[in-house]
Design a protein around this ligand. Structure first.
Ligand code: GTP
Ligand code: MG
Ligand code: ZN
Length: 355
């Protein structure tokens, strides 16, 4: 199935797994719908790419409802089936289950899908006043809990005097499996350095706070100025929220690159296991604490407190507290109550029948 799509769609990330996910859709009534990739999302429409052209398509209300009921939404990177349909089309009717998804929580605990179907996340941070190791650890938790491979990219290595000191400290703090690069995002040479992650058919999302250089790097990877960029504020080096929407672009080497608006406090949608994956040093050292249920707070003979930088451990505790608070959102609590009521009513009905 979808054999005829490969040549046309491979440049925008199509592969056998996507074909299988599309084939798994119950699309018997969608015989003449074509697979396309979402490259931009608005309220009730999306920009879709068919391998040759981008066009606007409307999201069918039935699909929007289905996705919302499952706690999700259409996101950039999704593969969907769209069909011309007479009036006001084309319409997006179905979405293939995403292979990966990055999800964040807003301050109210509500989940928001950031992107779908990315292999790699470039976590950008300026080596200027924007630099903040805790924020990077937060990004790592989001990315690892989404099943995506993180690569840390420190920008502005050309202008930051602090680059020399910050790098070894960060290297010692982050898990050794996470690659770390310091680049000048304006220099075309950085595309060569990052080429191993940018193979044809790969999809990469760029994450980082406003002003980190996501759009600058996008332009360098694409090879021309497709995204607007703007100088950061002189006093605190914060960005000006120049990019306002997520957009998928084709990079020179054949990869798909998704530029995103800056997010400062990215709150992970993770469980305890995912958090332990991004703090694997803590999980490993915990085995050597005196108490098996050590919380690494004030217990004696705590191997974690002895071996992990205090700021990193404090960040771990903070993220773990957030996760516990988020594990039941307001909506989920309401849904839980609703399910409970349904069960109770059913139980009452059974009792009555028995009488
Ligand atoms: N010298 C130097 N300047 C950089 C580098 N990366 C980004 N800049 C500059 O930093 C400023 C902000 O870059 P943008 O690419 O607009 O930042 P952004 O991450 O896209 O920001 P938002 O769209 O607001 O989220 C621009 O003036 C860039 O020229 C770098 O590696 N070296
Ligand atoms: Mg930008
Ligand atoms: Zn401990």
């Amino acid at each position: 199935m979808f054999e005829d799509c490969f040549d046309r769609l491979r440049p925008i990330g199509f592969n056998r797994a996507v074909a299988q996910a599309l084939a798994a859709l119950d699309a018997t009534s969608l015989q003449d719908a074509a697979p396309v990739r979402v490259v931009g999302v608005q309220r009730d429409s999306a920009l879709v790419h068919d391998g040759a052209l981008e066009r606007r398509a409307r999201i069918h209300p039935r699909l929007a409802r289905e996705l919302a009921e499952a706690g999700g939404a259409l996101a950039v990177g999704d593969w969907v089936l769209a069909r011309a349909d007479g009036c006001g089309g084309p319409w997006i009717h179905a979405r293939a289950a995403p292979a990966t998804q990055l999800v964040r929580r807003d301050p109210g605990g509500v989940r928001h899908v950031v992107v779908s179907n990315v292999e790699t996340a470039f976590l950008l941070m300026g080596l200027d006043g924007d630099f903040n190791a805790r924020r990077l650890e937060r990004y790592l938790a989001v990315v690892l809990s989404g099943g995506v491979w993180p690569v840390v990219i420190l920008t502005k290595a050309d202008i930051a005097a602090a680059a020399g000191a910050a790098l070894p400290a960060l290297r010692a703090r982050l898990p050794p499996t996470v690659p770390l690069h310091a680049v000048n995002a304006l220099d075309p040479a950085c595309a060569d350095e990052l080429a191993p992650y940018l193979g044809a058919g790969q999809t990469i999302v760029l994450l980082g706070s406003s002003g980190a250089g996501k759009s600058t790097l996008t332009n360098t990877l694409v090879g021309r100025a497709v995204q607007a960029t703007r100088a950061v504020r002189a006093d605190d080096h914060r960005g000006r929220h120049t990019t306002t929407a997520r957009t998928l672009r084709l990079a020179a080497g054949g990869a798909c690159v998704i530029d995103t608006p800056g997010l400062r406090g990215l709150r992970p949608d993770a469980d305890a296991d995912a958090l332990d994956a991004s703090f694997s040093d803590i999980a490993a050292l915990a085995a050597r604490c005196r108490f098996r249920d050590c919380r690494h707070l004030d217990e004696p003979d705590c191997a974690v407190r002895a071996g992990v930088p205090p700021d990193r451990l404090a960040n771990y505790h903070k993220l773990a507290r957030e996760l516990r608070r988020d594990s039941l959102t307001v909506l989920e609590r309401k849904q839980q109550v609703a399910r409970w009521k349904v069960l109770q009513r059913a139980a009452h009905a059974r009792m009555k029948m028995k009488r």
